[in-house]
Design a protein around this ligand. Structure first.
Ligand code: NAD
Ligand code: GLY
Length: 365
């Protein structure tokens, strides 16, 4: 098989659970052969939603059939609220109805919602079916398709029911990002910028140079971006697959980000937008604590603003925000715990007093 459409390959090294993330363009046109080359299954169950199927379903299915797969498409409704046990149960019903076995393969074609949901079903149906991720949002290509966290939501909390289940292969085709709503692209870019700050000055300089090209969906810039993010995430996951230590750094910007999402009723901001504001606040906290220079705050504001992301926290009732931060504190053993940066590429996990958080937040508004 030609390597021409796959421009970059990132290997996730996890012993017998190792796999490749292949990044390129027009990759939906060679997906069948790629999957066949590593999985001996004859039947494939594609999980997707109406939006993605309308855009890419025909092309993708045609390619998989040409590679010899006997296909079943399992369509689930679009949206985070369908990442649920109820939708998982419906998927199990369809798999049972079709006599699916552990020798078939589940393929997720969609964003993070589809990837998390179908990964969870693949992990649990008959104690595990082979699973392939074909992520179609920037967020899914740079983050959720890599690392093996699969889950569904519970009415009480997101991602509460889940496990670690690595895919056999990830195929990231940047061409599909051309149809992604701009706001979703920018929200994914926020998480990519997060990777940059956690990783290195070189990564942030790359973003500063190419952010406009990324927003204009220039193929080369996107391929390089997805590769850098996946390399970074792979290195973190390889050292802490089960999220017991270092993997927590991936929550950079998330403590305040989650609180902002909560005080605005999960309606005003996409997750990535809240994380953007959360990172600026975290940089301010690090500066207030004397861990880092003000320049770090300015680098955050500069790149996030150019990426079209919000950098100032919205007006909110401080008591409301405190309530959400206290909930988070309870979950983390009674401390306000933050991932902070001592410099670019130097994350550390710190306990912070509520007064420092409140003072820093004032500066972010
Ligand atoms: P999403 O899956 O809801 O996709 C966003 C929207 O874009 C949806 O309406 C979707 O139908 C549409 N879409 C997808 N691909 C498209 C395309 N190519 N063109 C046009 N429209 C397209 O959202 P997301 O941001 O991709 O993922 C969010 C989910 O990911 C959350 O459930 C979150 O918990 C999860 N997540 C998981 C991990 C992990 O490690 N497993 C990490 C981060 C986030
Ligand atoms: N997105 C956070 C993680 O994969 O751990």
């Amino acid at each position: 098989m030609t390597d021409s459409l796959c421009e970059k390959k990132v290997k996730v090294n996890l012993g017998e659970r190792s796999y490749d993330v292949l990044i390129g363009h027009s990759m939906l046109n060679e997906a069948g052969a790629r999957i066949k080359s590593i999985i001996s299954a004859e039947r494939a169950f594609i999980v997707s939603n109406p939006i993605v199927l309308k855009l890419y379903g025909d092309k993708f299915c045609h390619n998989l059939k040409s590679a010899g797969f006997d296909l079943t498409v399992l369509e689930v409704p679009d949206g985070e609220r369908h990442k649920s046990l109820e939708t998982a149960r419906k998927l199990y019903d369809r798999l049972i109805e079709k006599n699916a076995t552990r020798f078939d393969v589940v393929i997720a074609l969609g964003g993070g919602v589809i990837g998390d949901l179908s990964g969870f079903v693949a992990a649990t149906y008959m104690r595990g079916m082979p699973f392939v991720q074909v992520p179609t949002t920037l967020l899914a290509q740079i983050d959720s398709s890599v690392g093996g966290k699969v889950a569904v939501n519970h009415p009480k909390a997101k991602n509460l029911i889940g496990c670690f289940y690595q895919p056999k292969l990830v195929l990231a085709d940047v061409d599909v990002l051309k149809t992604l709503p701009e706001r979703e692209l920018k929200a994914g870019l926020a998480e990519a910028i997060k990777c940059g700050f956690l990783d290195s000055d070189d990564f942030i300089s790359f973003l500063e140079e190419y952010v406009e090209e990324i927003l204009a969906i220039k193929e080369d810039a996107l391929i390089e971006l997805v590769k850098r993010c996946c390399e970074f995430k792979a290195r973190v996951v390889e050292t802490d697959e089960k999220d017991l230590g270092r993997r927590a750094i991936l929550n950079y910007g998330h403590t305040i980000g989650h609180a902002i999402e909560a005080v605005t009723d999960y309606k005003k901001y996409l997750h990535g937008e809240a994380v953007a504001m959360g990172m600026v606040c975290a940089a301010r906290i690090a500066h207030k604590l004397g861990l880092t220079e003000e320049d770090l705050v300015n680098r955050h504001r500069y790149i996030l603003r150019r990426a079209g992301l919000p950098i100032s926290a919205p007006p909110f009732d401080p008591e409301d925000l405190k309530k959400h931060l206290l909930l988070d504190k309870k979950k983390r053993g009674g401390k306000f715990t933050f991932v902070l940066l001592r410099g670019i590429g130097e994350p550390s996990i710190e306990s912070v007093s509520y007064d420092i958080i409140a003072e820093s937040l004032k500066l972010c508004r």
